[in-house]
Design a protein around this ligand. Structure first.
Ligand code: ADP
Length: 444
């Protein structure tokens, strides 16, 4: 039996980010087993002794979602686990590493390992055709059998693309949030300075400045509320709710609460007749309220005075029907699904549509609507402008509910925002156990 020994230092911590040191040990078993395995193993005789430890290691590493390769003389791929095959798009034949991984520094490290030099860790990034960030760990492995080429190179690829992207998103988010808060804060500080200095005795200026300061403070309050709301939703996004909510009653409540806002602008809020008496969906009432409230508020905010906002509820429709409910508002309108649940032909949804006669949104902006802090150009500034977080919150809540969110819009015609949530069924909501009633006998 051919035995492999690590020529270089193999430290589990540096290797795969800690916690997976045992994998390093498994890798040695794996590579040993791979190198000793015949290309087409013959069936083993029933009582033949089997290397169970080696087999377990092979199974473990075959299933490991981390690409692992063994590179032989001339840079030829001798072995690759399924994760490596998928990652590098390898076919069944074993070609040269240089044809599938065009990273000169990795190839140099592999050549060095094949000569028996020290192992190396190489980081590389690509931007096209897809963005990727990878750490490549290269280690020489010595074959104990005598021969002209005693070394192989073990190559392990750690895909850091998602964590790098998440890191960048977090940094962007922090920068955006601080910028959004800093602007009204700077303005407040400026007014305080003016009021305590040059405008101290100017009554008229004082009233005007206090009015602006109130608006700025209100803006900061909205921003902080939205940021908190967003982080709350994100925190429990992985846990679908277990309650049930009647969309008919909920939309009626939202419409009633926002009626005074609409009336101030002479906008008619019209609740269209629902197609069923109740529209029970699985959901958490407060979050669904926030979704519908955000959409109706936007419809009012971005519509001209005297226009109309239609709100409608449909119940028990398929995902496809929910995404394409209602006639197109304009032959040229843009339509986009911002998020949708996995396709299941049996799944049924309760749907809320909010349609306005506002200025609409250009097609090119539709994909960015649910991005945090995104506002369509021209609506960016001004203390009374929105926070740009409303639709991001809507999207997160919809995701948590395993529902869908679509938009259709045409400049000058208006927009339709649609959200849909799984219909409540005995299997997707928590059934409350019948609690014993507290009879008045206990309260006497
Ligand atoms: P905001 O607090 O700015 O309203 P949102 O996340 O709710 O933030 O919306 C993002 C952007 O999408 C808005 O700034 C606006 O430009 C655009 N938008 C949202 N709803 C509508 C609508 N009904 N009509 C036109 N534009 C809209």
């Amino acid at each position: 039996m051919l035995v492999l020994t690590m020529a270089g230092e193999l430290s589990g911590g540096a290797f795969l980010g800690g916690g997976l040191a045992f994998i390093a040990l498994g890798l040695i078993y794996y590579l040993t087993a791979l190198t000793t395995a015949e290309p087409h193993p013959r069936p083993t005789a029933v009582n033949a002794p089997r290397d169970l430890e080696g087999e377990a290691s092979v199974t473990m590493l075959e299933r490991l979602p981390i690409p692992v390769l063994l590179i032989g003389a001339g840079g030829r791929i001798e072995r690759a686990n399924p994760a490596a095959r998928t990652f590098l798009g390898l076919g069944s034949e074993r070609g040269l590493l240089s044809t599938v991984l065009r990273q000169p520094r990795v190839l140099e490290a592999v050549s060095a390992a094949l000569r028996g030099d020290r192992g190396a860790t190489v980081e590389y990034s690509t931007l096209a055709p897809l963005e990727s960030h990878v750490r490549a760990f290269v280690e020489p492995i010595r074959l104990s059998a005598p021969g002209p080429m005693p070394f192989r190179a073990m190559l392990v690829l750690a895909d850091d693309t998602n964590s790098k992207r998440a890191e960048r998103m977090r940094a962007d988010f922090l920068a955006n949030a601080s910028h959004e808060l800093r602007t009204p804060l700077a303005s407040l500080a400026g007014f305080i300075e003016t009021l305590s200095g040059p405008a101290r005795d100017d009554e008229e200026a004082r009233d005007r400045f206090l009015g602006i300061m109130t608006v700025q403070t209100e803006r900061m309050r909205r921003l902080i509320n939205d940021l908190l709301s967003l982080s709350r939703v994100e925190m429990n996004e992985h846990m679908p709710p277990t309650g049930q909510v009647d969309l008919n009653a909920l939309t009626a409540d939202v419409a009633e609460a926002l009626a005074p806002v609409a009336t101030r602008r002479n906008i008619t809020l019209k609740l269209l007749e629902a197609d069923s008496e109740t529209a029970l969906v699985r959901g958490e009432r407060d979050q669904l309220y926030e979704v519908i409230e955000n959409l109706v508020q936007n419809a009012i905010k971005y519509s001209p005075d005297g226009s109309q906002v239609d709100i409608s509820v449909s119940h028990g429709v398929s995902r496809d029907a929910a995404e394409h409910l209602g006639a197109r508002i304009d032959p040229e309108s843009g339509r986009l699904t911002l998020t949708a649940p996995a396709l299941d032909p049996d799944a049924r949804f309760g749907v809320v549509r909010v349609q306005d006669q506002g200025g609409g949104i250009e097609r090119r902006y539709l994909p960015r609507l649910a991005e945090r802090f995104f506002r369509v150009d021209g609506q960016k500034s001004g203390p009374t402008s929105g926070t740009g977080l409303g639709l991001a919150i809507v999207k997160h809540i919809v995701n948590r509910h395993r529902g869908g969110f679509t938009v259709e819009s045409a400049p000058e015609t208006g927009s339709v925002f649609t959200v849909f949530f799984p219909v409540a069924t005995a299997s997707n909501i928590a059934t409350q156990p019948d609690l014993p009633r507290t009879e008045d006998s206990a309260v006497r």
